[in-house]
Design a protein around this ligand. Structure first.
Ligand SMILES: Cc1cc2nc3c(=O)[nH]c(=O)nc-3n(C[C@H](O)[C@H](O)[C@H](O)COP(=O)(O)O)c2cc1C
Length: 326
């Protein structure tokens, strides 16, 4: 199946501008019966690869990362094709247009993307009404990514969405949103998390920035840990400059990130010890990558760019490979 995607479907889809093909992919995921059937055909034999993330039970440790289904339109289909859990969003309180276009590019030779989307989205209310329609079984393996540039709107998103899902991921690390970087300062992050932790009743994960300064990275992790965060997603895209983007800079995702993901996951795990959840994210495109990230200390993984390059069978392929140890 991945052969058909790579040599037929991808050739056609990659003729479209990246944002158009992303929209095409999301719309195609609306035809749920097709994806249910696809999931049955591609499901790993030998049963599930049960994993528990801060008390959340999931059938396998492969998740779709935040940003693919920004407005929570097709989370059920993503579970159908084999993702053990899904992260919808990032949701912000109000609708946002995002940054000017072009704001998404492919670097096909590298298996990478560069984006400077800047959280375009419909805002809290449409997400809330879509999430309210998830079946209880689907909601139990759904996380929602929320963000903003001030504490109160983020808290409002948590209070509104947490009852509908299994847990919340707070995104302090998108390189494309003016004002978000304030939460990459440990004292400021602690203030935000103190507010969120006092309002939460389910697991809260922090999506970390991809910092090259180990001391700064661990200081941020420590601040979040002390405030009561249950786990960490390590990590978001790598900030880079790119003249092909209207705003001149964005976040690199995909294969070039794998090495730094392994290093950051190892640092986070060594620092935190066995307790808190660590989820590896960035540059994972097959079972071998996933295995190395989990050996470095991750309890689970998330992928985004691999779905674009490898197609909808990638989640099942990775969980099958992890199970069989190949
Ligand atoms: C087009 C695009 C949009 C993204 N949007 C978000 C987002 O809204 N929130 C977020 O936390 N991460 C977002 N990300 C980052 C991904 O969730 C992930 O952290 C990153 O792409 C690294 O994983 P990958 O190499 O498997 O793609 C986005 C990534 C891409 C490529």
């Amino acid at each position: 199946m991945s052969f058909i995607y790579r040599y037929v479907i991808r050739l056609i889809v990659f003729r479209l501008p990246p944002e158009v093909s992303h929209r095409f992919a999301v719309v195609s995921f609306r035809f749920r019966p097709i994806w249910k059937l696809f999931g049955i055909i591609s499901r790993p034999s030998g049963g599930d690869h049960r994993t528990v993330l801060s008390g959340i039970e999931i059938p396998n440790p492969v998740g779709i990362a935040a940003g693919f289904d920004k407005d929570c339109e097709v989370l059920g289909s993503l579970q159908d094709v084999g993702f053990g859990y899904v992260v919808g969003g990032t949701i912000t309180l109000d609708a946002r247009p995002g940054n000017p276009k072009p704001r998404m590019l492919r670097k096909s030779k590298d298996g990478a993307l560069v984006n400077a989307l800047g959280f375009p989205g419909h805002g809290l209310e449409p997400a809330r009404s879509r999430l309210a329609k998830l079946s209880p079984a689907a909601a139990r393996r759904t996380l929602i990514s929320i963000s903003g540039t001030e504490d109160d709107p983020i808290r409002e998103c948590l209070i509104a969405l947490e009852p509908l899902v299994a847990g919340i991921e707070v995104n302090i690390s998108s390189p494309n949103t003016a004002g978000l970087a304030v939460f990459q300062e440990p004292v400021r992050l602690k203030q935000l998390l103190d507010t969120l932790v006092s309002s939460k009743s389910k697991p809260l994960f922090v999506k970390m920035p991809r910092l090259s300064d180990t001391g700064a990275f661990l200081e941020l992790i420590q601040a979040a840990h002390e405030s009561g965060a249950d786990g960490f997603v390590v990590a978001n895209t790598l900030p880079i400059e790119h003249q092909g983007l209207a705003v001149g800079k964005g976040g690199l995702s995909g294969k070039p990130l794998l090495k730094s993901t392994i290093e950051l996951v190892g640092q986070a795990r060594n620092h935190l010890g066995d307790g808190p959840t660590v989820i590896g994210c960035g540059g994972i495109s097959n079972a071998e990558d996933a295995r190395v990230v989990m050996e470095a200390g991750a309890d689970a993984i998330q992928i985004y760019t691999a779905l674009v390059y490898e197609g909808p069978g990638v989640a099942s392929a990775i969980s099958r490979g992890l199970r069989s140890g190949s």
